[in-house]
Design a protein around this ligand. Structure first.
Ligand code: AMP
Length: 212
């Protein structure tokens, strides 16, 4: 079962990918994470990619395609995988079709109001990185380590609007493409992460994609 997860930044792609990976026993492949690992290890790829990433640009396709092809050819991808962050553009979606067979594309559908609530309410522990939301956690220190909770500097209303508009320009055509290919599974994400995962799981099981 080869899956792709699509959704605006903040829709919960990372959280859902991890839940799907753990529960269905397939690797979670995030191009962003591969780039970050390479940057921290100062590899040739990391040095090339960093220049684009720090400027908020997409890494060029010829580099990204090589990375993803190499990762998908590894033995742990034999029984399926979940892609998070790739494809990101229509060109990448069309290219992916030439070297992989995608079975389902899950779109995390979230309203702008819910996205703002999540991102503007997000607080991260300065010490251990644990994430909270002011909607269900009113304290200003971490329940795990007592560290101070802070807001990320890029979690502002202005940045959210920018991220949404970039996503709409670049990723919306990809959604139309997968819709035409009959691969799209739209999941309402105005819910808790656990409930969203249950919906994804039951939809995939009903389709017989995974054993119950
Ligand atoms: P992410 O963790 O998915 O938000 O990715 C972090 C950064 O890595 C992005 O802002 C891009 O610069 C780069 N990146 C990740 N995935 C891709 C991709 N599919 N194509 C081009 N650049 C990407």
């Amino acid at each position: 079962m080869n899956l792709v997860l699509l959704g605006v930044p903040g829709s919960g792609k990372g959280t859902q990918s991890k839940l799907i990976s753990k529960n269905f026993g397939i690797p979670h492949i995030s191009t962003g994470e591969i780039f970050r690992e390479n940057i921290s290890q100062k590899t040739k790829l990391g040095i090339l990619a960093e220049e684009y990433i720090i400027n908020g640009q997409l890494v060029p396709d010829e580099i990204t395609f090589e990375v993803i092809k190499k990762r998908l050819s590894q033995p742990d991808c034999k029984n399926g995988y979940i892609l998070d962050g790739f494809p990101r553009t229509l060109a990448q979606g069309k290219a992916l079709k030439t070297f992989a067979k995608i079975d389902r594309v899950i779109l995390l559908d979230i309203t702008l109001d819910e996205l703002k609530r999540r991102i503007l309410g997000r607080r991260t522990c300065e010490d251990c990185g644990e994430i909270y939301n002011t909607s269900n956690y009113a304290l200003d220190y971490c329940a795990k380590c007592n560290g101070k909770l802070i807001s990320r500097s890029d979690d502002t209303e202005q940045t959210i609007n920018k991220r949404v508009s970039v996503y709409e320009q670049q990723t919306k055509p990809l959604i139309d493409f997968y819709n035409e290919e009959n691969l799209l599974l739209v999941v309402d994400c105005n819910n808790s992460p656990e409930e969203i995962f249950k919906i994804i799981e039951s939809k995939l099981k009903i389709e017989g994609r995974f054993e119950i």
